[in-house]
Every structure is written in C-alpha cells, then in structure tokens.
Design a protein around this ligand. Structure first.
Ligand code: PLP
Length: 477
C-alpha cells in the first residue's frame, strides 16, 4: 500500500484562505521563516478518506473477528459507551475547571469509585493510574510508604509467583523492592510450603492474581493471606483477571489489601496499540490515607477534589486519569448491573468449553477446571515441526486473532486462550474446528502451515527484524 505522500496528486483538498499580503517580517525572525513548500500531501478530501479507510481496514479488531487474547480480556465493548464518552460536557471539559463548574464529571467519578469499592470490597479507590501496570506501581508505592510511616523500613522484599505477569516484578522493582520468586506446584498454584520458607520480617508483600495467569483459581488464597498477615506483610491483588470473578467473590473476601483493576480489559474500552486505559487502585481502610491526591469526595452537598490526604504518595498522573475511559466503565457497569455476575459466569463457561474440546489434541499441562482462560502447550506440534508462533500465525488465515503465546513463562510453547463472554457458541465452535484443523495440518504437512499467514494484508514478516529494527518513519520519496 502506498503512503499518503506517494499518493499526492497536487489537488488542494483544503483551502486555508488567502495568505498573500500577510507580512511576517518583523513578527517572526527571518531565519525561522520557511522558504520552500511545507511538503504536505495534496489530495482531495475523498482521496484522504479512502486512504485512511484502507489503512484501518488492514487492521484487525474485535469488530472483525474472534480475539481470544489470554490475559488481556478483549471483549466486545458496547458502542453506546463511545457515544456517552463523547458527549460534549464530558469530552470538552477542561481538567483545570473549578469544582463548581464540573459537578457532573466529579459525580461520575465519585459514583464510579463507589461502584468499584462495591465490586472489589475495598474501602477506598483512586481513579488516577492510567493502566494496569501503572496501578501496580501506585499500589506498590502505597505499600512502601505505609511501611515507612510505620517505621518498618526493613521490609524490602516482595514475593511474586513464577506464573506472574511480567509487569508485577517490574512494578515492584521500580519501587525499589527486591523480588523473591515463589514456585507454582504441579496443580499450577502457589506452592504454599515453599512460600512459608520465604517469609521473614523483611517481606513487605506478595503480589498475586487470582485466578492466576494459568486461569486457575488459587484455592489456598485464604491460607496465604493469613500467612502473610501473620507475618506483618500485605497482599497485592493484580485485578487484570477480574473478568473471571465479578460478583462471585472479591479480593477483600480473599484477604487482599491493595487491588488494581484494568478498566480497559474488564469494564469496556477497547485496548491495544497503546490506547488509553485506566488502572484504578482500591485499598483497605488502613491504606486510605496513602492514596494519590486528589481523591474525589462528596460532602453531602457537593462533589470536590480532596488534596488533603495525610500520607498521600502524591500525584501519579497529570490531572485525574483518563477520564473518557472512566465514563465508558461507569456506563458499562450501570448497564450491566447484576448481570456483571452473568458475564463472568459466561466467560468461565466459554473457556471451559473450548478447553475440553481441545485438550485431546493439544497438551494441557494443568488439567484443572479453568476460570476465564486456560493455557495449552504446543509442545507436541513443536515436535511435529510447527512451534506455537506458527500456530498463532496460521490462525490469522482463518480471521482469528492469535491468542497470547509464550506466556506464562512456566509453560513450554504456551498458548493462552481467553474467549470472553461476548462470543456465541458458533464462534467458539468455529475456533475449535480451526484449531483441530491446524493440528491435523501440522501432522500432514507442517511446511505448508509455516507459510501462514497468506491471507492477511501483511504476509509473513521477519519477527526479529521487525522487533529490533522497526521501520516507523516515512523517509521521503
Ligand atoms: C494486562 C495485565 C497487566 C498489565 O496491565 P496494563 O493495563 O497492560 O498495564 C498486569 N497483569 C496481568 C495479569 C495482565 O493481564
């Protein structure tokens, strides 16, 4: 596909008015004035539209096909949320406006905080962090400051299971903690006996996600939280997998002290490609005074931003977070109501359905009932000549977005599948059939599978070259 510069045909698409006769001498220093043409592409409005439409058509998105991206909950996000987030009063409001001028926006934020408190069981929530990983960092900063204020600066270690998402150790490390890994047992859960041996007076916290990244519920979570609390340590809950548990249980019931949610995964807002997200953080009562400032409060009469938080870790983001994402999440939660519980139930059912249909054909290293996702291993197919990346690429030729691959790290040739609640049985069955067909193709003619993708706008790329030397700039005609 040609770039828009190459398509230039000299047509003036936009008339910016008369510039002749406007004297810039004396206004802008001469050496700063451009001499030649600005070099913008010149095309008609229709040609520009066609160009960008063609570009966007080359992209894959949930509106185009099944997107079983494990760990990332790529669910359908109702379009009414987009409409609501773009309402003028929300979209054009300036974040520096006085509290009196933005009561509606503050009310929405306050109400969303309340809903998230209810859903997580936590006692206070900040909406500031802009992503899950940012929420983790915020949570770890809160934990760090909590121990500082308590005078327990010896607590420098954070325990993290070997199945954890990479952002967990990264966030704890960025906060200056030392990472201690705890192994998973043969059932894909935290090895509690090993955990006991790691506990001492220097442990600040454990970071866990439940269900964990294998899609397995940590059955010993209450025992773990007791162990941690008895040790004077705290528990951090990575809420990226919240789509599995909404309304059925919550991190407070499991004994966690700090939680982040990924609004862009669980509560609407399409994500990926670095688009805006939100990673609100909830905390138990004793950590309330450590939240980033300001929090959004209600005095019974009006909503206001509270900058007066005794041990606040300070600001973690400009203004108050990604407000548009908050509007979408609030609309989604109001619309779903009690059905959030049903969404989790369907997400779990769909994952188990696919798992049971595929497990005879692909290895299933942890053969347990799963929650909203599960992890296969492509080890058998790897031995037959096509590794997991080849399976992922092959799926694209059937208009299916590749699942998350090679994660979690404890599974060889991992294929992590999360169907979400959005899909019909027909879509799930089609995916199952395609996966079975691929397993068959690999047995019969692995070399043919390795030629995929062939039907996508961009065919097979050199992965290493693309990662190490990305070509992102148009260098000129
Ligand atoms: C996605 C994810 C994160 C990080 O969230 P971002 O919003 O991508 O920063 C953390 N933990 C788990 C388990 C995740 O799936």
């Amino acid at each position: 596909m040609k770039t828009i510069f190459e398509k230039t045909n000299g047509v003036d698409g936009v008339c910016i008015g008369e510039t002749e006769g406007i004297k810039l001498e004396g206004v802008i220093p001469k050496e700063l004035l451009r001499e030649g043409s600005i070099g913008l592409p010149q095309l008609s409005e229709l040609e520009v539209l066609r160009h960008y439409k063609e570009l966007s058509d080359r992209n894959f998105c949930i509106e185009k096909g099944f997107y079983p991206l494990g760990s990332c909950t790529m669910k359908y996000n109702p379009k009414v949320n987009e409409l609501l987030a773009s309402l003028e009063g929300f979209a054009n409001l300036h974040p520096l406006q006085d509290d009196e001028d933005c009561q509606g926006a503050l009310e929405l934020m306050y109400n969303l905080q309340e809903k998230l408190k209810y859903i997580t069981g936590m006692d206070a929530v900040t909406l500031q962090p802009a992503a899950g990983a940012h929420g983790e960092l915020t949570g770890m900063m809160i934990i760090k400051k909590y121990f500082e204020v308590k005078g327990e600066t010896n607590r420098t270690k954070v325990i993290i299971p070997d199945s954890a998402h990479g952002t967990n150790p990264a966030s704890a490390k960025m906060c200056g903690f030392e990472i201690v890994e705890v192994k998973s047992n043969e059932r894909g859960q935290v090895d509690i006996e090993e955990l006991k041996t790691l506990l001492d007076e220097n442990v600040a916290a454990i970071m866990m996600t439940n269900p964990n990244t294998l899609g397995i519920f940590e059955e010993k979570v209450l025992e773990i939280s007791k162990l941690m609390h008895d040790n004077g340590s705290l528990l951090y809950y990575d809420g990226a997998n919240f789509n599995a548990i909404m309304g059925w249980t919550n991190p407070a019931l499991m004994g966690f002290d700090v939680v982040h949610l990924n609004l862009h995964k669980t509560f609407a807002t399409p994500h990926g490609g670095g688009g805006p997200g939100a990673g609100p953080v909830g905390v138990v009562e004793k950590l309330k005074d450590f939240l980033p400032s300001p929090t959004v409060e209600f005095d019974g009469n009006k909503y206001y931003r509270n900058y007066n938080i005794s041990h606040s870790i300070g600001k973690v983001r400009s203004f108050y977070g990604n407000f548009g994402v908050l509007v979408r999440a609030y609309a989604y939660i109001l619309m779903m109501g009690d059905n959030l519980k049903l969404a989790s139930a369907d997400a779990v059912l769909n994952a188990n359905y696919i798992k049971e249909k595929l497990k005879g054909f692909y290895e299933l290293p942890y053969d347990e009932p799963c929650m909203h996702e599960f992890v296969l291993s492509g080890e058998k197919q790897h031995q037959e000549g096509v590794s997991t990346i080849g399976i992922a690429k092959r799926l694209m030729d059937d208009n299916i977005h590749p699942p998350t691959v090679y994660f979690p790290l404890i599974v060889h040739e991992a294929i992590m599948i999360e169907p979400t609640e959005s899909e019909s049985k027909e879509v799930l069955d089609n995916f199952i059939n395609v996966m079975l067909k691929i397993a068959e193709e690999i047995k019969e003619n692995p070399d043919e599978v390795l030629k995929s993708p062939q039907k996508t706008p961009v065919k097979k790329v050199d992965e290493t070259q693309a990662a190490r030397h990305p070509n992102l700039t148009f260098k000129g005609l």
